[in-house]
Ligand binder design. Structure first.
Ligand code: ZN
Ligand code: ZN
Length: 277
């Protein structure tokens, strides 16, 4: 049984209309599809839902939910960025729009102790910006930067309680083994603190396949040793493809499921149902 609860359309930084994703999902035999445009942000950028067209996104998902209700379950969600002092409370997004669920993600790391918009480190996008951010905001200390990412993620889980945590170790994507070593003790401690919060909040960890099929990483998010820790701590997991195009609705889904099985998982948990594997 397939599903995908992490998708981006032309409303934010993906391609093609929402309905094309639904059609493709039906064609590929998915039982459910959830839409998670990037939450509107209080400053201009090229990838989140613009405030002005956010209502159109919501209206379109509601329309598709109704239109396809006998064919596939459509869920209305958001991938909400957590930026201390900047992002709106997740409950306001959920209640304000009547969302079915949300993914909490950190793409923008606030320099600890600051609340200036200019002190935000963007971990996604081109690698050049990632490297420049470490130099400018963390004096070149990649360890401090990665620790800030995990601490902000921990705070997000503890205070905002999203249903799902998105690409839990994305901070490692542009590292490429150059700047820090994820097998070092400080890194594992930072991950451990985050997983403790995840376990306490009952948050679902997604195995996100996008890094691999987009050619940016060799491993899924999060890396296998972290997924093994999730299994040890009895943390619920699911597979998402973070599709930015309809053709990606089930990209490497089966491979992700296989990895979870190899680790020992016998079921996947979505915000709405469980799937035996
Ligand atoms: Zn994301
Ligand atoms: Zn995403």
């Amino acid at each position: 049984m397939k599903y995908n609860f992490h998708t981006h359309s032309h409303h934010d930084d993906g391609k093609e209309p929402l309905e094309d994703f639904v059609k493709e999902a039906v064609e590929k035999g998915l039982q459910a599809i959830g839409f998670t445009g990037h939450s509107p942000l209080p400053f201009s950028n090229e990838w989140s839902l613009p405030k002005e067209t956010y209502p159109d996104y919501l209206a379109e998902v509601r329309r598709l939910k109704e239109q396809y209700k006998d064919v596939i379950d459509v869920y209305m969600g958001l991938e909400i960025d957590y930026i201390p002092g900047y992002s709106d409370n997740f409950r306001n997004f959920l209640n304000g729009a009547g969302l079915d669920y949300c993914i909490g993600s950190v793409h923008l790391v606030m320099k600890p102790g600051s609340n200036e918009c200019s002190d935000i480190w963007f971990i996604d996008g081109p690698r050049e910006g990632y490297l420049k951010g470490i130099d400018r905001l963390f004096d070149g200390d990649a360890r401090a930067a990665a620790e800030a990412f995990f601490e902000q993620s921990r705070e997000m889980v503890a205070t905002q309680r999203p249903h799902i945590i998105g690409h839990l170790d994305k901070v490692n994507m542009h590292n490429k083994g150059d700047l820090f070593n994820p097998s070092e003790e400080w890194y594992q401690k930072a991950v451990h603190r985050l997983l403790e919060a995840v376990a306490a909040a009952g948050t679902i960890v997604e195995l996100n396949t996008r890094g691999v099929y987009s050619g940016k990483t060799d491993a899924f998010f999060p890396a296998t040793p972290i997924l093994q820790k999730c299994f040890e701590y009895d943390i619920p997991v699911m597979v998402n493809t973070d599709a930015h195009h309809p053709s990606q609705v089930d990209k490497l889904f089966d491979e992700g499921v296989q990895l979870l099985k190899d680790i020992g998982y016998r079921k996947m948990t979505t915000p709405f149902f469980e799937v035996e594997i």
